[in-house]
Design a protein around this ligand. Structure first.
Ligand SMILES: Cc1ncc(COP(=O)(O)O)c(C=O)c1O
Length: 308
């Protein structure tokens, strides 16, 4: 996002600079600060990643008329790549686990992207291997490599993290977020730590797949995070710890965010709020804890979140 092309299509200018909203939880007497990433134009934090990686490839002359942008993604990155690809005129092909919600496939196709499903026998790793095999066969394929591309974390450091610092007037005591690629935690963590070395950087992870806590991954319902794989980017995150949140608690809190706060967000947002609230309770009433509302709820209609 750093060097904006003058001719950038208007929809892409809507990415980033999202609001940071205070949310008060009276039962705990704590106020959390939540970055409203669901306000990005395709509805999730992943718009930032799609834009910075594609613009970088354009600037390096890697993309051309026949290029195919190919990525393995549980959904949000696919929607964002399809949106940015549509705006810039590139073909986008998405490899998606069969377990990802059907709404995501529809949204990608609505942007003109192609979707190919795979059986997640080994979590994300299955799809990543498949994408590497396809790229080895077709020279027109461009791989954004969201799980290892350092631009992912760098963009969060330069933009998401600095936006948070400016919106919080430089005072952040803890940052809590889930991880998919680890880009958000690593990048925001770096920006926040550069201002306050004592800031706590904490990962939210599903209780059913608490790999950072040394447990085996299993099925969970917090889509978009912890795909059974600790991504390479996360190794640089300098985490202070991980907070486990169960899928049932995440769903309950996500519904509460809609009913009591009017926020129509996805399940990982509820999970992040629970983890952030626990952190704020532990750190005291004056603590300033920031978290992320990652995406909009409309991509979860067919999931447990709407089963009521
Ligand atoms: C739905 C969703 N998308 C994206 C992210 C962030 O992922 P990443 O680690 O890839 O930056 C999260 C993390 O909480 C998420 O829940």
């Amino acid at each position: 996002m750093a060097t904006l092309a003058r001719s950038r299509p208007p929809v892409l200018s809507l990415i980033g600079n999202t609001a940071l909203i205070p949310l008060h939880f009276p039962e705990a007497d704590r106020t959390l600060y939540a970055k409203a990433e669901f306000l990005n134009p395709s509805g999730s934090i992943k718009d930032r990643l799609a834009l910075c990686i594609i613009e970088d490839a354009v600037q390096r002359g890697v993309l051309h008329e026949k290029s195919i942008i190919l990525e393995c993604t549980s959904g949000n990155t696919g929607i964002s790549l399809a949106m940015v690809g549509a705006a810039l005129g590139y073909r986008v092909h998405i490899l998606m686990s069969e377990s990802a919600s059907i709404e995501r496939r529809h949204l990608i196709r609505q942007f003109g992207g192609e979707v190919e499903l795979f059986k997640p026998t080994n979590g994300y790793a299955t799809g990543i291997e498949l994408s590497l095999e396809m790229a080895a066969r077709d020279p027109n394929i461009f791989l954004p490599r969201q799980f290892e591309n350092p631009i992912n974390a760098r963009d969060h450091e330069e933009f998401t993290g600095r936006e948070i610092l400016s919106q919080m007037e430089g005072r952040v005591d803890a940052f809590v977020a889930g991880y998919g690629t680890g880009g958000t935690l690593t990048g925001c963590g770096r920006a926040l730590r550069a201002t306050n070395p004592k800031v706590r950087i904490l990962a939210m992870e599903p209780a059913e797949a608490a790999m950072l806590s040394g447990e085996m991954p299993c099925c969970h319902s917090i889509e978009g995070v912890a795909g059974g794989y600790v991504p390479p980017l996360l190794r640089h995150a300098q985490l202070d710890g991980a907070i486990k949140v169960s899928s049932a608690d995440a769903i309950a809190m996500t519904r509460r965010l809609s009913r009591e706060f009017g926020l129509l967000v996805g399940t990982s947002s509820g999970a992040n709020i629970i983890a952030a609230l626990r952190t704020a309770v532990e750190m005291g009433p004056e603590s300033r804890v920031v978290t992320i509302l990652c995406d909009r709820a409309e991509r979860y209609y067919s999931t447990k979140l709407f089963a009521h």
